[in-house]
Write a protein that binds this ligand. Structure first.
Ligand code: NBP
Length: 484
């Protein structure tokens, strides 16, 4: 009998199982395999019971069940497990077959793996998959990159199972060569860190500054979810605030205030440092999680530096509106920074990224899905070469309409000792970005003073470098001029 399998998925944890069930719903025959083989039968006898899903108990059996070219998708822990499976798969697959990594792999690993697998005559896709358990089951956002020749073989499956926007367009399209798919997914996760931190800061001000209860904040997030801030993260925050523990108290108040992280936010910041792009808001979001994790030290510090009265006086309704505007403006800055980063990466790695297409892929299915991404899509549709989101007329107007409230919220939070690192770094970036002249002239003078690093002059063409013997005791020789 001819093999029936359209695709194999290796990795039967939460993401793998749900993706398989989603593919099955869309008429594909999926072969399931897992390192711990007992989980295959467990899956077949429970979640996959009554479906056309096939189980394999060895890689050889899995391969024999697949139509050619064989498509094998890894949904395993990122890192060593992926390399180990690639090695094993290369011994059982043939040239022309396709290995797909759907985990949260580091884009640099994907760049390396694409080259390696292609050198063996096979094709490789590294794809971001976002949306968690629910997305995987009912429609994730999928961001594939890697060997372009693999895309036509994978496209029908991926676009069928992906989330769809209102007009039916799938939240999945080809991102680019090499590690482009995983880079875009990494940036998505960085932006997700930023969005979450912004919501937490708004919550913090409302809770400690305005003295609001969980129920009251639930109502605020409910209202915010019906306007320009409408998004999955605002929606789940609304629902989290309404959730009660067994004793009837808000569950959120019982949760320890130490945040975890699995690395994608940190990777985004590391890449931004290498690229020289200031994604300050995502960086603050990552560091805020680090500060939160220092619980014991914070408890000690709170005794050494006890907080003062952080209650914010005034009309609560007006303050809530100001906080909404501060959140919205900061969010615009975060996305403007994230897009700057992707643009720089595209240049560095020669990827032809479609920025409007990326907004569309993020519009549904993924954790940062929001109405806002529809506005970003429109901005790039109008001008695909838009150098910065802040130059788009819609976002320019939006930022201008929020600036007063944004400054009021940041300055009041600072005065009251409520930490707002993301709100305030967004504002600082905005003020730096819109400054024709910054104090870096003095900085260049300092660098030239102590290290003969040279400087350019306002009264000479760019690219001409000067060195001054500031002390009269230095030599004539300058350091060479380069930027790392
Ligand atoms: P996990 O990240 O928990 O990985 C579990 C799978 O990895 C199991 O199949 C396990 O096999 C396998 N595995 C491990 Br752990 N170490 C292995 C090794 N050394 N060699 C071979 N296999 C190994 O599962 P997940 O949460 O479903 O996520 C899968 C991928 O998708 C990850 O890369 C994750 O970062 C990414 N992702 C997760 C989410 C989410 O919301 N959870 C969202 C988006 C992307 P075993 O059963 O034999 O231990």
């Amino acid at each position: 009998m001819e093999p029936q399998g359209d695709i194999a998925v290796i990795g039967l944890a939460v993401m793998g199982q749900n993706l398989i069930l989603n593919m099955n719903d869309h008429g594909f025959t999926v072969v399931a395999y897992n390192r711990t083989v007992s989980k295959v039968d467990d899956f077949l006898n429970n979640e996959a019971k009554g479906t056309r899903i096939l189980g394999a108990h060895s890689l050889q059996e899995m391969v024999a069940l697949l139509k050619k070219p064989r498509r094998v998708m890894l949904m395993v822990k990122a890192g060593k497990a992926v390399d180990e499976f690639i090695e094993q798969l290369l011994t059982v697959l043939e040239p022309g077959d396709i290995i797909i990594d759907g985990g949260n792999s580091l884009f640099e690993d994907t760049i390396r793996r694409v080259k390696y697998v292609e050198s063996k005559g096979l094709l490789y896709i590294g794809t971001g998959v976002s949306g968690g358990e629910e997305g995987a089951r009912h429609g994730p956002s999928i961001m594939p990159g890697g060997s372009p020749a693999a895309w036509p073989h994978v496209k029908p499956i991926f676009q069928a199972i992906a989330a769809k926007v209102a007009d039916g367009t799938p939240c999945c399209d080809w991102v680019g060569e090499g590690g482009a798919g995983h880079y875009v997914k990494m940036t998505h996760n960085g932006i997700e860190y930023g969005d979450m931190q912004l919501i937490c800061e708004a919550y913090h001000i409302m809770k400690d500054g305005l003295g609001m209860s969980a129920d009251e904040m639930h109502e605020v997030f409910k209202a915010w979810n019906e306007a320009e801030l409408q998004s999955y993260l605002i929606e789940i925050t609304r629902d989290i605030l309404a959730k009660r523990d067994e004793d009837g108290a808000p569950l959120v108040d019982k949760i320890l205030d130490t945040a975890g992280q699995k690395g994608t936010g940190k990777w985004t910041v590391i890449s931004s440092q290498e690229m020289g792009i200031p994604i300050t808001l995502i960086a603050e979001a990552v560091y805020s999680r680090c500060v939160s994790a220092m619980k014991d030290l914070r408890v000690q510090a709170a005794k050494v530096f006890p907080p003062g009265n952080c209650k914010i006086p005034g009309d609560r309704k007006r303050w809530i509106d100001d906080i909404r505007k501060a959140l919205y403006a900061s969010k615009i800055i975060s996305y403007a920074q994230g897009y700057m980063l992707m643009r720089a990466a595209a240049q560095q790695y020669a990827w032809n990224l479609n920025y409007g297409g990326i907004a569309l892929m993020w519009r549904g299915g993924c954790i940062i899905r929001s109405a806002f991404l529809g506005d970003i899509k429109k901005a790039f549709d109008k001008n695909p070469d838009l150098p910065n989101l802040l130059f788009d007329p819609f976002f320019k107007k939006a930022i201008k309409s929020c600036t007063r409230s944004w400054r009021k919220v940041v300055s009041t939070a600072v005065k009251k000792g409520i930490p707002v690192p993301a709100f305030s770094t967004a504002l600082a970036f905005f003020d730096g970005f819109r400054s024709e002249r910054l104090p870096a002239n003095l900085l260049q003078a300092q660098r030239d003073y102590f290290g003969a690093h040279t400087y350019e002059r306002v009264d000479k063409p760019r690219g001409e470098f000067f060195h001054t013997n500031w002390t009269g005791t230095g030599g004539r020789v300058a350091s060479s001029t380069y930027t790392v």
